[in-house]
Each structure stands twice: as structure tokens, then as C-alpha cells.
Design a binder for this molecule. Structure first.
Ligand code: AMP
Length: 478
């Protein structure tokens, strides 16, 4: 078996409950709704007033948390959970979150969505001072900073830790007395607050509140720390205020369409994206066909605006994971074939507008276009509901190195040839901003993090600026 992950990037979902008699089961349901945010591993840690109980496993929530024996073991009315999708190397169980540690003040367990951009640099300094790391997860850096902090309360220690770290995070933690939620000052990753009867819920997305019948209260603010204990809820803002930069790619692809983030329903944004795309890049055709599932809402918007009929010309098999799930290229290629099939009866002889949300390496597009042509389409026009992905994300969305991004290495004409389409058009960055309700992108003060399209990284990439040899972690074969 291959070694550990040597990278920090991962895509994740987090969930926490305080004050519910079935906190473990509630968290399992919440994670099930957040499954799209990470399919490689999942974990829950609960607290019963005396002991912490953990269950972590590789694979899907439904496969690991549906047995009543597992749920019964997760005792207590406080729990935190995590779904994870690591981007490089094999995921090993000791990287699976929530991470637990025993501190001077008692146990604490943390679930983290995001990516700390100076975690490796801080980690090296901690190791020099004697810290012994057990995982390659950036979240463990938080644990060590909390452990070595000179502050006395757990809240102050966590603030002290996060002040030394840069990057993106939506954190949910539990201690012996508290549920703590925290969002980075730029608010790059989402985190929402909900109530279920008397209980407090924290979740990456609102779709996880819906599944358990919880009420949405509000988004956790960028830079806000929420502390829930027997006294109720307290909110503090421990960081200097900066302009918010929520990840615009959450709206394009990552979040679930039925979630509402920062006041905007994700499905609604995607549909408006399709409308903008149809206005910017119309083409004469017979059908608008989404690449399911991610292209569906934008294709509906495109069809509505253009007046061209929407058809399900490609059918998706729902029993395989996302294309990206298998890190190896040969599996990825196979994954695409497993996942989509052409609906020949609809496509034959038709001029087709294919709508997908993004092109990363181009693997999906090449396969899909080939399949649609093979099904007898007369013309294939590809419309992408985001601007060209030209830069890697270092803030928690999996993207390959720049050199592997199709749009970073080829111009439009070259991409048309490579993908084999009659025409190709991307949404403009201003069109994207219009779809999320802005007049356009404010170049001096961008309203979102759009680094993957613009290369404008709002948070320093401290580890990236280092010599790659310096960032190498020791790899343990398991
Ligand atoms: P590719 O085949 O490499 O061009 O990848 C593009 C496809 O992957 C699109 O259909 C997207 O829906 C999907 N996609 C884009 N970004 C991501 C991501 N960060 N994680 C997983 N899937 C993605």
C-alpha cells in the first residue's frame, strides 16, 4: 500500500450538535446530507458527560453509520462529525477527522473544513520545539498550538492557535463542556447555525439542517467564534476585520443546490448563471443538454433564457462517486465511462448545447463530447457555467497543479480542438458576479474568493512560497 498523504488539501464537510439526546444519530444524518463534500472517509466523536466516543472509517456515511450498534456506541448529547475527501495519496485512518486530543484542560475534538496555508511552516517550528505529529493533516497543527498555548481557557487557547494560522477554516469542536464553531476572517468556507428543539446545530450547509428537521438560524459570520454551553450561546469576533471573500466555487459546483449560503439559494444562483451564460454565448441549436448532475441547474437557466428545449440527453448512473474521487488518472478515465451514458434516442441528428459547470483537466469533457457525437449528434456546442479554471485552489477545493489545468495551458481555440467541439464558451467573471447578485466583479475589492479563475489569492500562501523540498513530510507506510 502506498504511503500517507503528503499534502494538506482536502475538501470536507463538518457538523456539530449540542444538547440533543441522540446527538450521535443526528450527526450521522447531518453527515449523510453533507456527503457530497467528501466521500473518502467519515467520522463522529460524541461526549456523554464523562467519556468521548469515536467511530471513524474510510468510505461513505451510509455504509459506516447505519448500524444501530455503531450509533448506540456514540453516546451523549454532544457530537461532532466530519466527511473528508483527501486530494493526494492514500487517505489513512489516522488522518480521518474529527481529530481528538487530551489536553491539560481535558479532551477536545476538532473537525475542520478548509486548508491552512501556513500549517507546514508552523508545524516545522512546533516539531523543532518537541511536538510529535501523528498525522499529515493540517488540523493537527491546531491541536498542537492549543496544547502549547500559554492561555488558560480553551476558548482563549483556540483563539491563540488560530491567530498564528493563516488560510481557510470552518471549524467545529467539542470539549467536555462546549460546542465551538469558528469561521476564518474571510469566511471562505461556509458554516451555518441551526436549532433543533432545544439543541444547537453547526453545519457546513443548510441541507444538513433540513434532513434533521432543524431550523436555520443564520450563517456563522466570517471571523466569528460561536461558543455553546449549558449557559446558552455566546458569539465573539476575535480577529481584525477583513473584507469577506466567500468561495464563489461553492455556488458553482461544490455546495448542494438545495442549500442556502449567505442568503442565496445555491440552485437559484446556478440557474441565474445559466441565464447569464445564454445571454453571453448564444448559439443556434435544437437541445440544451446538461452534463448531470453538476450541469443541470445552469442548463435549466440556459434553456429558459434561450428558449431552446431542455432534454436529458445524458443519463447518469448514481451508484458511482464523483469523477474525481479516484486519484489515479486511469481510474478517473474509467470513472467517467461508468458514470454517464448517452440517451441516443434524444441526441441523434440534433444540434446539441452541452452545459457543464467547469473544466478542470478536460477529462470529462473529452469523454462526454465523444459519447454525444457517437450517439449521432449533428453539432456539439459546449457551454461552461464558470470562467476558465486557470489557477489551483489552496483554500480547500481540490484542484490539480496549474500545469494540469486545461485552461491554464491552452487558449480557447486549442481547447476547442482538444475537446472536439464545434464551439466552446465560458461564462465571464462579470457574468458570474451578476449571477450571484453583484453588478460585476469589483476589481479593487472583489466580493468573493475567485482565485481559481483570476489568480487573485486573498490569503497568503506561506507554505507554497517555500522550496517544495522544505515542505516534504516524512511518509509512513501503513
Ligand atoms: P475534468 O474532467 O478534469 O475536466 O473535471 C471536470 C469535472 O469535474 C466537471 O464536470 C465538474 O463537475 C467536476 N469538478 C470540478 N471541480 C471539481 C472538484 N474540485 N472536485 C470534484 N469534481 C470537480
Amino acid at each position: 500500500m502506498l504511503a500517507d498523504d503528503d499534502h494538506f488539501n482536502d475538501e470536507c464537510g463538518v457538523f456539530g450538535v449540542f444538547g440533543h439526546p441522540e446527538a450521535g444519530a443526528t450527526t450521522a444524518l447531518g453527515l449523510h446530507a453533507l456527503q457530497h463534500r467528501g466521500q473518502e472517509a467519515c467520522g463522529i466523536v460524541s461526549f456523554d458527560g464523562e467519556h468521548f466516543h469515536a467511530h471513524k472509517a474510510m468510505g461513505l456515511v451510509g455504509d459506516n453509520f447505519s448500524s444501530s450498534a455503531v450509533i448506540r456506541r456514540l453516546k451523549g448529547n454532544v457530537a461532532v462529525g466530519h466527511v473528508r475527501y483527501a486530494t493526494t495519496g492514500d487517505t489513512v485512518l489516522r488522518n480521518v477527522q474529527p481529530l481528538f486530543a487530551d489536553f491539560e484542560f481535558g479532551g477536545m475534538t476538532i473537525a475542520h473544513n478548509g486548508n491552512l496555508t501556513n500549517a507546514l511552516t508552523v508545524r516545522k517550528a512546533l516539531v523543532r520545539r518537541g511536538s510529535i505529529f501523528h498525522s499529515t493533516s493540517d488540523t493537527e497543527t491546531i491541536i498542537h498550538l492549543v496544547a502549547t498555548s500559554h492561555y488558560s481557557t480553551v476558548v482563549d487557547r483556540l483563539i491563540d492557535a488560530m491567530r498564528q494560522l493563516e488560510g481557510t477554516y470552518s471549524l467545529v469542536a467539542i470539549t467536555r463542556r462546549k460546542l465551538i464553531g469558528m469561521r476564518d476572517p474571510y469566511g471562505v468556507r461556509p458554516l451555518v447555525l441551526g436549532r433543533l428543539d432545544g439543541a444547537y446545530i453547526l453545519s457546513s450547509e443548510t441541507c444538513a439542517l433540513d434532513i434533521i428537521g432543524a431550523q436555520f438560524v443564520r450563517d456563522v459570520e466570517p471571523g466569528e467564534m460561536i461558543i455553546v454551553d449549558d449557559q446558552g450561546l455566546r458569539s465573539i469576533k476575535p480577529f481584525a476585520k477583513v473584507a469577506r471573500r466567500f468561495c464563489i466555487f461553492e455556488y458553482i459546483y461544490f455546495a448542494r443546490p438545495d442549500s442556502t449560503i449567505e442568503g442565496k439559494n445555491v440552485y437559484g444562483v446556478r440557474k441565474r448563471i445559466g441565464i447569464e451564460l445564454a445571454r453571453e454565448s448564444p448559439v443556434e441549436a435544437d437541445l440544451v443538454v446538461p452534463v448531470p448532475d453538476s450541469g443541470v441547474p445552469a442548463a435549466i437557466g440556459y434553456a429558459e433564457e434561450s428558449g431552446i428545449p431542455f432534454e436529458l440527453g445524458i443519463i447518469r448512473n448514481h451508484y458511482v462517486g464523483r469523477t474525481f474521487i479516484e486519484p489515479a488518472q486511469h481510474i478517473r478515465l474509467l470513472g467517467v465511462r461508468l458514470k454517464h451514458n448517452a440517451n441516443v434516442a434524444r441526441l441523434k441528428g440534433k444540434r446539441v448545447i452541452l452545459v457543464d459547470d467547469s473544466i478542470v483537466r478536460g477529462t470529462t469533457s473529452v469523454k462526454i463530447v465523444e459519447m454525444v457525437r457517437h450517439a449521432g449528434a449533428a453539432e456539439v456546442h459546449l457551454r461552461i457555467s464558470s470562467p476558465p479554471t486557470t489557477h489551483s485552489c489552496f483554500y480547500g477545493i481540490d484542484t490539480p497543479e496549474r500545469s494540469e489545468l486545461l485552461a491554464a495551458t491552452r487558449n480557447l481555440e486549442e481547447m476547442v480542438r482538444y475537446i472536439g467541439v464545434d464551439s466552446l464558451a465560458y461564462l465571464s467573471i462579470d457574468g458570474l458576479y451578476r449571477a450571484v447578485g453583484e453588478a460585476g466583479r469589483d476589481v479593487f475589492r472583489p466580493q468573493y474568493c475567485d482565485a481559481c479563475f483570476t489568480g487573485d489569492y486573498p490569503i497568503r500562501l506561506v507554505d507554497q512560497e517555500k522550496d517544495p523540498a522544505d515542505n516534504q513530510l516524512s511518509l509512513l507506510e501503513e
